[in-house]
Design a protein around this ligand. Structure first.
Ligand code: HEM
Ligand SMILES: *[C@@H]1O[C@H](CO)[C@@H](O)[C@H](O)[C@H]1NC(C)=O
Ligand SMILES: *[C@@H]1O[C@H](CO)[C@@H](O)[C@H](O)[C@H]1NC(C)=O
Ligand SMILES: *[C@@H]1O[C@H](CO)[C@@H](O)[C@H](O)[C@H]1NC(C)=O
Length: 511
């Protein structure tokens, strides 16, 4: 505690010192910039590429740093878009971030000009959590990264085709069993969705599933959650902005290092177990096993190959990318359905009339439009990765006619795109029917982002969302616990993942 306090005070002092230095430095460069800006306006009056991207006024010292410290960042960035447009910039010291808040503009940058914006910004703390940039999600664009992503993508497609459907069905039935045991008492579904989503991934990755009470599962999720939460904390992000602070004791950062090494130990134990062949369930070809077989660089005569570190970080990518997102989405679905119970009745009636008594399969998708509309509407209102992951311009380029210099950080504001009033009628209302009456187009929906960095688990996620929801709504009715409980809050808590606040629900089995 003492050390923590001392280092806190020291950190604040350093921060103050930095502000002073930055202030002096900035005053000089502001003068210079004013002059240059002026000169440019005179020489190139009308060319759109010379216009500055609009954005909120920036403070001399902090730039627009305060804008990033808002409690619900996706909401705040979306409010700024209403004022400054679907493309605006935020400044930090000498770097610039560009926020894109419309689906057309996001498509232009990430899909049409994918090779210009496929990079990731480098950061000290990102390197710490990604084993030095070896993960797919945080690794920068390079030949090695392309190979890594391509191999994992084809491995995922292979396991999707071979076993994903039955793996999800099995987890959905297991979830059903757990929910039946609650016997209509008000419960917090906190862990059950996480366990179901995580079991799908661990079965794919190393042919293993866990019980909710398993100490190993708790340990794994404990440390993954902790890493995601700590990584977003200001004490840790300060390390990226102020390198000097890295020399000081910083207890949250030490915790982060400890959790990262715990995570690595757990995953290593699994991967070693697989190597020796005890762990794998034979009928499910473990994806990581397949990846390891790709280690031999036969076709590539160059030195490109996937190392054990790549396989290890792939497991982390899939666990982090595939668990919290899916679980948070299921949470949101239940929360919205409590606000509009008639929607679950419509889905239930559709399931009964189309399927009669059997359980749904993914290929029934086209015959279940109401269910699909529900899935789309929840993805629209609560894209669970609301700001995707920051991209980096890897060369000079342009977006919407504005010049974007190399190394600009691009934030795809998916949440903003899904609340754009020029595209969606009543953007803030939960109305699955907008997808049924032809009023809303799926094209404007970008929950998985797009282009070179499109969510790697998109097809896994889509099958999970569809099947889990179908199984849940076929077997159960979700009921609000009654007068003395408020309906669930729909604002949520935004970290990397947009989560619902805890709420309780009664789960009543259908006749
Ligand atoms: C509702 C479910 C999900 C949503 C809404 C979602 C959304 C996203 C988004 C928005 C990104 C960032 C794309 C960008 O940087 O532009 C992303 C990246 C990623 N997701 Fe998902 N995701 C979901 C489920 C999954 C699942 C189930 C997996 C794994 C099986 C997964 C694995 C990944 C990986 C590995 C990346 C990094 C891709 C890269 O940087 O190249 N996600 N996801
Ligand atoms: C400012 O930019 C230069 C190069 O563009 C970089 O080396 C330096 O670290 C940056 N300073 C800060 C405080 O980000
Ligand atoms: C990119 O744009 C900058 C101006 O911001 C310019 O100085 C630089 O030469 C350009 N680089 C290339 C490769 O065109
Ligand atoms: C799901 O909701 C519960 C509250 O009902 C909460 O405790 C839990 O953290 C949520 N899980 C996710 C992944 O958002």
């Amino acid at each position: 505690m003492q050390v923590w306090l001392v280092s806190g005070v020291v950190a604040v002092l350093f921060f103050a010192l930095w502000l002073l230095v930055a202030h002096l430095y900035n005053r000089r460069s502001c003068l210079k910039n004013d002059y240059e800006g002026h000169g440019q306006k005179v020489s190139l009056p009308a060319a759109p590429l010379s216009l500055a991207i609009p954005g909120p006024p920036s403070l001399p010292l902090l730039g627009n740093m305060l804008e990033l410290m808002q409690e619900h960042l996706p909401n705040h960035l979306t409010a700024l878009a209403r004022r400054y447009g679907n493309i605006y910039r935020l400044k930090f010291g000498n770097s610039t971030m560009v926020v894109l808040s419309g689906s057309d503009i996001i498509r232009e940058a990430l899909v049409k000009k994918w090779s210009d914006f496929a990079g990731r910004p480098h950061s000290f703390t990102g390197d710490v959590v990604s084993g030095g940039g070896f993960s797919i999600s945080l690794g920068d664009y390079s030949d090695e990264w392309k190979l890594h992503r391509r191999v994992v993508h084809s491995a995922l497609q292979r396991s999707t085709a071979e076993s994903l459907h039955s793996v999800i069905q099995q987890q959905a039935l297991k979830l059903r069993q757990v929910l039946l045991e609650y016997k209509e008492t008000p419960v917090d579904l906190s862990e059950d969705f996480t366990v179901a989503a995580s079991n799908v991934i661990t079965t794919l990755a190393f042919g293993k599933q866990y019980e909710k009470t398993s100490a190993e599962l708790q340990r794994l999720h404990g440390c993954l959650n902790e890493i995601v939460a700590l990584w977003g904390s200001p004490w840790i992000s300060a390390l990226d902005t102020f390198p000097l602070l890295r020399k000081l004791p910083n207890p949250p950062f030490s915790r982060l290092l400890k959790e990262v090494s715990r995570r690595d130990d757990i995953i290593k134990t699994h991967l070693d177990g697989l190597k020796l062949g005890h762990d794998a369930i034979k009928e499910v070809g473990a994806l990581t096993d397949f990846l390891r077989c790709q280690n031999r660089p036969e076709e590539d005569t160059q030195t490109l190959k996937l190392t054990d570190t790549h396989v290890h970080m792939t497991t982390v990518d899939l666990l982090i990318g595939g668990t919290e997102t899916t679980a948070a989405w299921l949470n949101w679905t239940v929360a919205f359905l409590l606000h509009r119970p008639e929607i679950q009745h419509r889905v239930y009636e559709e399931l009964c009339s189309v399927l009669e008594a059997r359980y749904p399969e993914y290929k029934d998708k086209h015959r279940l439009p109401v269910l699909c509309a529900l899935v789309s509407e929840v993805l629209r209102l609560r894209p669970v990765a609301p700001l995707a992951v920051p991209h980096r311009a890897i060369k000079n380029s342009s977006i919407a006619g504005y010049f974007i210099p190399k190394d600009t950080v691009i934030i795809p504001n998916l949440f903003g795109a899904h609340h754009d009033p020029t595209v969606w009628k009543e953007p803030y209302s939960f109305k699955p029917e907008r997808f049924l009456d032809g009023g809303a187009s799926l094209r404007a929906l970008v929950p998985f982002s797009g282009g070179a960095r499109l969510c790697l688990g998109e097809s896994v996620a889509k099958m999970e969302l569809f099947l889990f929801t179908a199984y849940l709504l076929r077997d159960f009715e979700f009921i609000h616990p009654g007068a003395n409980e408020c309906l669930p809050d729909l604002t949520g808590v935004a970290t990397v993942v947009l989560k619902a606040k805890p709420f309780k629900v009664i789960i009543r089995p259908r006749a």
